[in-house]
Design a binder for this molecule. Structure first.
Ligand code: KG4
Ligand code: ZN
Length: 335
């Protein structure tokens, strides 16, 4: 059998992503294209405006698809399957990519696979090292902070999650507080290079808990108080980042010890953070991160989900599948 090409579409939030992966007969997978249009319209509001996100997806998706095909050196007729995110995410935004993907699959006469956004993030990292389960997966993004025990692809157990803000959301809010703009994660990372991480003391969140949950609202409030007390933005950025990284790494290490998993994949937008990567590098665990361009939302991770579904012999999704704002990964795993 020849190589098969799978298209993946993600429009769950404010990035219009279309990616293509090549699935070789032996089971190897290579990312052939990964085009993302990151919507800039939201910057002026300091957060994502759902209605504007949907409209932008509609306006951009044709061009993003064309660019991905061009990068891969393929035409629509070369595609063997289409995957698109059905949830979780902003419903109006999800619907754009989901309907587009279903229509494309039907027009081309190829199977369609609905994909779970968080599973896509996990596959983005897992593909880097062709991992064997079981392993832990920490998904840290603007909307999620979830720690899963991956028993097998498609079989996930939730080990811990944030009790309030997502990690990326906290980075974004602290960045806005000190005037660093949106999205704040990369801006905090840069400002932190110039600041003193020990200048502002942050209390460790959920200290003494026996479980593996996360909390970021206390760090956010502490940042606000320090800002009002006159802390320098660079010092505040460095200190906040250190505290956020510490809680993510320490909780994950404890979970790895408790479950006996030697390997952790870390994915989602915040996985691009250099301090987080360095801190995980010092843990002694085997830690796998997504490759360049695969941390933040993208279509290639959804194409990887499609490839995994094909390899696992999963039946294609019915074209009646709908978009779901709230979709716990466990329900998808059971389907
Ligand atoms: O995965 P993603 O693109 O979207 C969601 O599914 O939410 O993640 C976006 C989030 C934003 O909150 C952004 O500030 C954060 O990831 N982020 C970072 C970095 N790059 C992106 N946070 C910290 N350091 C970074 N370098
Ligand atoms: Zn995401």
């Amino acid at each position: 059998m020849n190589a098969r090409y799978i298209l993946g579409i993600d429009t769950s939030c404010d990035d219009t992503g279309v990616g293509i992966v090549e699935l070789r007969p032996g089971g190897g997978v290579t990312v052939r294209a990964n085009r993302v249009w990151s919507q800039t319209v939201h910057a002026q509001y300091g957060g994502v405006m759902p209605e504007l996100a949907s409209r932008e997806h509609v306006e951009r998706i044709d061009d993003v698809l064309e660019g991905a095909l061009e990068d891969a050196g393929l035409t629509l007729g070369d595609l063997h399957a289409v995957a698109a995110t059905s949830g979780p995410g902003l419903v109006g935004a999800l619907l754009v990519g989901l309907m587009y993907g279903k229509g494309l699959a039907q027009a081309l006469g190829v199977p369609f696979y609905a994909a779970h956004h968080l599973e896509g993030h996990i596959f983005a990292a897992a593909a880097e090292a062709e991992l064997e389960a079981p392993y832990l997966a920490l998904v840290v993004s603007g909307g999620h902070t979830h720690l899963f025990d991956v028993l097998a692809p498609g079989d996930y157990r939730l080990v811990g999650a944030t009790r309030d803000d997502a990690a990326g959301e906290a980075f974004d809010k602290v960045a806005r507080l000190v005037g660093l703009g949106y999205p704040g994660g990369p801006a905090i990372g840069e400002a932190a290079l110039r600041g003193d991480p020990d200048a502002v003391p942050f209390k460790p969140p959920l200290k003494g808990q026996s479980g593996f949950d996360f909390s970021f609202s206390g760090l956010k409030t502490a940042a606000l108080l320090a800002h009002r007390a006159g802390a320098k933005p660079d010092d505040l950025a460095a200190s906040f980042q250190q505290a956020a990284v510490r809680t993510l790494v320490e909780t994950t290490v404890r979970a790895a010890q408790a479950t006996g998993r030697p390997t952790v994949v870390v994915s989602g937008g915040v996985a691009a953070n250099r301090a987080l990567r360095e801190a995980f590098g010092r843990t002694g665990l085997r830690v796998v991160f997504p490759g360049p361009g695969l941390n933040t939302d993208n279509g290639a991770m959804i194409a990887l989900s499609g490839a995994a579904a094909i390899m696992a012999g999963r039946a294609p999704s019915p074209l009646s599948v709908g978009a779901e704002a709230y979709a716990p990964l466990a329900t998808v795993a059971a389907s």
